[in-house]
Every structure is written in C-alpha cells, then in structure tokens.
Design a protein around this ligand. Structure first.
Ligand code: NAD
Length: 303
C-alpha cells in the first residue's frame, strides 16, 4: 500500500502540546499536513497556562521539515474554540482535519465532587468539542470535505470510579460524533471517535509497573487513518490501547415483540429481552433502527 499522506491538508489538533495530541500532530505533520498545534499548556487539572508545550511541538515539526503554527487558546470557551479554528484559516486558508483531543482530569468520588470540578472537566472535553466542531463544521461542509476525530475513553464507555465529570463528558462526545456523522454524511464530512489508552501524564499517581507497553505512538496511526481521506467509516468508535485496535459499538439485543405489555410480561421475558447472543450493531442512521423494529414486528406476526 502506498504511504497515506496529508499533502495540502490542514489539521487542527487540540491539546497537542503533550501526550497523545503531540504524537498526533507529529504524525500528521510528518506526512505532509500543515498543523495547528493547540495547547494553552496548563496543569493536569486545567489550572494555569504555559506557552511552552505548543511552541515546543511547533519547533519539533519545523525542525523536521514540516509546517505548523501554535495556538495557545483554550478550547474551554466558545471564543477560544473559534480562535483555534480561525488560526487554521488565517495561516493556511482552510481546515480539513479536526482532532479534539484536549483533556484535563479532576477526579473525586460522586459524594464529594464539586460543581467547579464538574464544570471544568465538561468545559474542556464536552463543551470544548462543540466549541471547535461548531466553527469547523460549516467550513468543512462548504469545502465538501472534512475529517473529525473526537476523543472518548474507557471511562466514558463503561464508567469508572471517581470520574462522574470525565465519564459524562466522554460519553457525551459520542452523542456529538453521531450527529456530526449524520449531518456530515452528504457533505463529505466524516466523524469518528478514538478511545485511546497511553501512558501520559494522565497516568500520574497510578502504578503502571505491570502494564504492557502503552506508548502514545501506538495510538497515533489509528487517529492518522481516521483523519485521512481514505477513512471509509463514520459515526464509529475505535479503541486503541497497548497495541490492540478494536471497534466498540452500541448494540441492541434483537428484543421481544408483544402487541401489549404488562409489568409481569417484562419480568417473564427478561432473559429473552437481555439475550445478547446475536446483537444488532446499528448504523448511526435512525431509519435503520426503525427498519430493524419493523422486521421484528413482521417476524412476530408470522409467529
Ligand atoms: P495529557 O495531559 O498528556 O495531554 C492533554 C493536553 O491537553 C495537555 O497538553 C493540556 O495542556 C491540553 N489541554 C488541557 N486543557 C486544554 C484546553 N482548555 N484547551 C486546549 N488544550 C488543553 O493527556 P493525554 O493522555 O495525552 O490525553 C489526551 C486525550 O486523550 C484526553 O482527551 C484524554 O481524556 C484522552 N484519554 C487519554 C487516555 C490515556 O490513557 N492517556 C485514556 C483515555 C482517554
């Protein structure tokens, strides 16, 4: 297979000053993309700022012969999101790829989580996704081309302890991706979600001595493909952790059809309702969901 390159493409990567985002930015730039390296450079909790990380990554890219520009705006506000996207347009005249990767963590048990910690995490991950997708999406639609990659997490898919804010934000991102995939389908815009795992500063304080190799470099090629024009999927979730790449999906059991239901019917049919042996893996198109239900009605009617 020929190298999948990004010559002529302009990519915005949020949170690209460190960790996974840095790796994505380096990969895209090494394959010809002009990259907006966005990062205000704050602490893991989102406090403070430092222009260093974004500028360091830009320097790394340019010293390797690539093209990049820094943006130190915060994705946590609408103005910041607009500024990040405008940096791409101002410097390079277009935006082809948007990777929303920026993240902070403020763990606390549900009994103790403050609204301040709740809002701060939602502002960066979830509202942050809207703050960059909202200005980028119309530009991509006008150009008839776009690739958007949003970032979820195992905590968003399955939950975890002490991450009510993070888990909610990371699950909500999947909702946005589904809508972008639907509204972008006829416009040449595809949107997918990466569910990454890597030993970055987010693993600070966790004993990772027994973990397998989990470099951010193992995740970057997956984001690279999702960001490439040959990416053939939209509205999907790809997991990339420690060298394993897999698809996660929302499924339904085939279910049980009855023309009317009682509470006792639910109890009596529970095993069949929950039987996940042959799940429906639904495409994002809601009409397909309705088609599945029609089929189930028809099968029930035939006995
Ligand atoms: P990281 O802390 O190394 O990098 C995150 C970057 O985002 C930092 O450089 C930070 O300055 C930047 N950032 C924070 N607030 C920002 C803001 N308001 N605007 C723009 N940039 C901002 O963490 P990472 O592990 O590389 O995480 C990257 C993404 O991957 C996050 O969304 C995270 O939730 C997600 N994720 C990571 C893991 C993992 O195992 N590392 C697992 C699941 C999901």
């Amino acid at each position: 297979m020929p190298d999948l390159r990004f010559d002529g493409r302009v990519a915005v990567v949020t949170g690209a000053g460190r960790g996974l985002g840095r790796e994505y930015a380096l990969l895209l730039a090494s394959r010809g993309a002009k990259v907006v390296v966005n990062d205000p450079g704050g602490a893991l909790t989102g406090e403070g700022s430092d222009d260093g990380p974004a500028h360091d990554v830009v320097r790394e890219i340019t010293e390797a012969g690539g093209e990049a520009v820094a943006s130190t705006a915060s994705v946590a506000t609408a103005d910041g999101g607009r500024e990040i996207v405008e940096t791409a347009v101002k410097h390079y005249g277009r935006i082809d790829v948007l990777v929303h990767n920026a993240g902070i963590v403020r763990p606390a048990s549900l009994k103790e989580m403050t609204y301040e910690d709740f809002d701060a995490v939602l502002d960066v991950h979830l509202r942050g996704a809207f703050h960059v997708v909202r200005p980028a999406f119309p530009l991509m639609c006008d150009a008839g081309y776009g690739r958007i990659v949003l970032t979820s997490s195992i905590g968003g898919l399955y939950g975890n302890h002490r991450v009510a804010n993070y888990g909610m934000a990371k699950a909500g991102i999947i909702g946005l991706s589904n809508v972008v995939a639907l509204e972008g389908a006829a416009e040449g815009v595809r949107c997918n979600v990466i569910v990454p795992g890597a030993l970055t500063r987010m693993a600070e304080g966790i004993d990772t001595s027994a973990y397998p190799p989990m470099g951010a470099d193992l995740v970057a090629p997956v984001v690279g493909w999702l960001a490439h024009e040959t990416c053939s999927i939209t509205g999907e979730l790809l997991v990339s952790i420690a060298g394993r790449v897999a698809r996660a999906f929302v499924g339904e059991t085939p279910g049980v059809y009855l023309p009317s239901w009682t509470v006792e019917d639910v109890a009596g049919n529970l095993a069949a309702i929950r039987d996940a042996a042959e799940p429906w893996v639904l495409p994002v198109v809601p009409s397909a969901h309705i088609d599945h239900i029609r089929t189930s009605f028809a099968m029930a009617a035939q006995g």
